[in-house]
Design a protein around this ligand. Structure first.
Ligand code: CMX
Length: 139
């Protein structure tokens, strides 16, 4: 497996309304998309910075993964996502390396990406996402 780039960094925030203006000013760009991912119990807001995105995550349910994260650790960096070509093969590599998967199979994430999470307990404490954009294969 050889990721092509950091696809996005996920940042847990209590309020998108409060965080968006800060990031717009910091990055000198506007938020280009807001999307609710119902099954993940989050509302997301996206910014582009080069090939990488910043994904702000506001929980829609205190029992969802981001709600629980904020309750335990407060706001902050929640996960890092690497872009790969061939997500199924990448997951086979990860399995072979003995890394624990949260998602055994790719599933649909925000922006129509195919995604899978690796468990932070086997990735040195960093919730790690692998993702593939089937419409935009990276080199
Ligand atoms: N980064 C690092 N560690 C994390 C973490 C994170 N983002 N989220 C949870 N953990 C740790 C907790 O601190 C806890 O550690 P301790 O056992 O040492 O206390 C442990 O993982 C278990 O946490 P928990 O609060 O009991 O939560 P669960 O076990 O129910 O779930 C996890 C943990 C990682 C499996 C779950 O949050 C998950 O499936 N995450 C992936 C999906 C996700 O985060 N989706 C939101 C993003 C949506 C998107 O981008 O599309």
């Amino acid at each position: 497996m050889k990721p092509s780039h950091i696809e996005h960094i996920g940042i847990a925030v209590k309020s998108l309304d409060e965080a968006i203006p800060y990031y717009e000013r910091l990055l000198g760009t506007t938020c280009y998309a807001i999307e609710t991912v119902i099954d993940q119990k989050v509302k997301t807001a996206f910014f582009k910075i080069g090939d990488t995105k910043i994904e702000l995550l506001e929980s829609t349910d205190p029992e969802g993964p981001v709600g629980k994260f904020i309750e335990k650790k407060g706001e902050g960096i929640h996960h890092i996502a690497f872009a790969v070509n061939g997500l199924e093969a990448a997951l086979d590599d990860v399995r072979e390396a003995g890394i624990k998967l949260i998602d055994e199979q790719p599933r649909k994430g925000a922006e129509g990406l195919h995604i899978a999470f690796l468990h932070p307990k086997s990735t040195f404490g960093v919730l790690t996402e692998l993702c593939e954009d089937k419409n935009k294969q990276t080199k």
